[in-house]
Design a protein around this ligand. Sequence first.
Ligand SMILES: [Zn+2]
Length: 203
Amino acid sequence: MIFKNIVGNEKNKELLKQIIYTNNIAHSYMFVGKESVGKFLFAKEFAKSILCLEKEKPCNKCKSCIEFDAYNNPDFSILNAEGNSIKIDQIRELTKKVYEKPVVSNKKVYIINDSDCMTKEAQNSLLKTLEEPPEYVTIILIASNDNLFLPTIKSRCTKIIFNKLTNSELAEVLKKEYEYVDIDDITFKIADRKCKKSIKIKG
Ligand SMILES: [Zn+2]
C-alpha cells in the first residue's frame, strides 16, 4: 500500500492517497518543510504511484514500477542542484525533456530537489512550463524555504506542508533503520540528537 514504509505526516499520506485514487493529479506540487522530514521519500512514492500501470498503486510489479525501482524509468527524473544552485541550463534541459511524450506510462513525473536554490533565471525559465504544461506531466518541487520562490511560481503549485516528526515517530524511524538499537534503552533525547547528527532521513 502506498506510503506504508514512510513514517510521519499522516495527513499528507491521506491527501496524496486521495489524489492518486481519484486520479485528480495536478501539474505542479510544492512539498515544503524542514530538512529530514521525509519530503523526498513522499515525492518518490507519489511519483511511482502516478506512473504505475496497475489499479493498486504502486503495485511494485508492473514495468513502470520495476523500472522505477531500478532508477531506470524513462518517464521519471530527479533534478539536483549543481554546486549551490540550480541553474537555468539545468532547467532548460529539463523543460526540453518535458515535452517528449511518455514512454512506459501515460504520465511523466519530475522531482526538483532543493528547488528553492533555483536561480531567478532558472525560476523564470521553469515558469513557462508551469504555465503551459503538457497534459501528462507532473512536476514536484521540494523545498525547505518557499519564501525563495517567485510569487508566480508559488501561485502555480499546489503546496503541501510537511511537519517535523514527533518523538515517537523518530523512534520508529530509528527502529526501522537500525534494528539492533533497543529503543527502550535510549531516551527520546538521545534519539532526537542521533537523528539530527548521524541519521539522515532523506528529504
Ligand atoms: Zn506498478
